[in-house]
Design a protein around this ligand. Sequence first.
Ligand SMILES: *Cc1c(COP(=O)(O)O)cnc(C)c1O
Length: 467
Amino acid sequence: MRYISTRGDAPALDFEQVTLAGLASDGGLYLPETWPSLSTEEIAALRGASYVDTAVAVMAPFVEGTLSREDLRSLCEQAYGRFAHAAVTPLVQLDHQHWLLELFHGPTLAFKDVALQLLGLLFERFLAGSQHHVTVIGATSGDTGSAAIDALAGRAGVDIFMLHPKGRVSEVQRRQMTTVLAPNVHNLALENASFDDCQALVKAMFNDPHFSGTFALSAVNSINWARLMAQVVYYFYAAVRLGAPERPVAFAVPTGNFGDVFAGYVAAKMGLPVAKLIVATNVNDILHRALSAGDYSQGTVVPTPSPSMDIQVSSNFERLLFDLGGRDGHALAAQMQGFEASKAMRLTNAQAGGASALFASDRVDLDDMALAMRWASEDAGQVIDPHTAIGLAAARRAGLPADVPVVTLATAHPAKFGDAVERAIGMRPGLPARVGDLFDREERYATLPGTFEAVTAYIAERAVARA
Ligand SMILES: *Cc1c(COP(=O)(O)O)cnc(C)c1O
């Protein structure tokens, strides 16, 4: 399998190269050259399959030429063996039509673990025995940071620098990052910065020829293809349990960077019968405006109780626009440059039309988020986190036919956002025992101004230069 850039000018890469690179050298994102597909029989054969069996069947075409099925299986067994539930991503029924897909049974309590536990092992495997040293730079609104740090802490050949907006992540999220004291882990809290500011700094470092020439930079944000690939698996796993391939299933996805829901698009491209992908945003609604009115224009980020969705530039949306726009890299590069210059763009007719066939979207405000949390708790006995609640609110008012099962992706454990849950339902969820003494552990992080100069100077002093 070869991978090509959405902007048409970077070299095609194989799976190993695309995993280590993250962003393409022309500023684009990598995608498979063609979508592999699973036949109806192959999907039906996943009925009795374990999570790991499903993962191997879904991911094998994407790693072809780099990993054998046996190698892929052994990596998946290791990655998903660390999950606290035998189903890895269990389904929970809410009523006659609605289900939760619990994606938070990994070590850091959010769905990011599903992809990052595998990505950490892929990095280790690709770097083992080489002289190569990689500097991972990432931006986080909370969950990517902790999941990436857990996956990479102490691994040879890699340093990780994680930028977060100071004061804008929850205390559990911060502690999950800053209490990891492995010497290859570096946490940077940026003052007066939003997540988008942190992400823009990461992009600027990748695009700076001097900086990216000095260090072998790598990305673990959802711009990294391998992460999206790992997330495709649970769409198959859930849909098959609810009647696919005979019965189409809909998914409601609380969305920020469009990574998780793009994985659902990939599943549909591979042949999974998906009735609808409901893109749910909080009041930071650039994706809802783009999908409902063709208006992709950047607003100002408003901090909310669902911080992992407080985003106004949605990196992975570029992948969808590329695929829907006939995969014309140069046209997309021009469209994206227009957006970068004016902070606004219109979807083309082909993009808007293609998107409306599969996607619906909704914007959920604070009251409706709290109502969804209360409904889940009172009517279905489920305590859900604010991100999941945004997905569920959108799912319940999407108006899908009653015979279509609707699966809301439960992206975080409620205890990760205990304050917001307590405000909504009057009860504080307990932290699962597996995260242990998080509140007693020593924290370590640097506080820096959110400027390119300050951040690159800090990293340059501590990172290992290219050989
Ligand atoms: C990251 C995250 C999201 C948003 O996922 P994207 O892939 O960025 O759309 C939603 N909920 C939680 C809890 C998250 O950590």
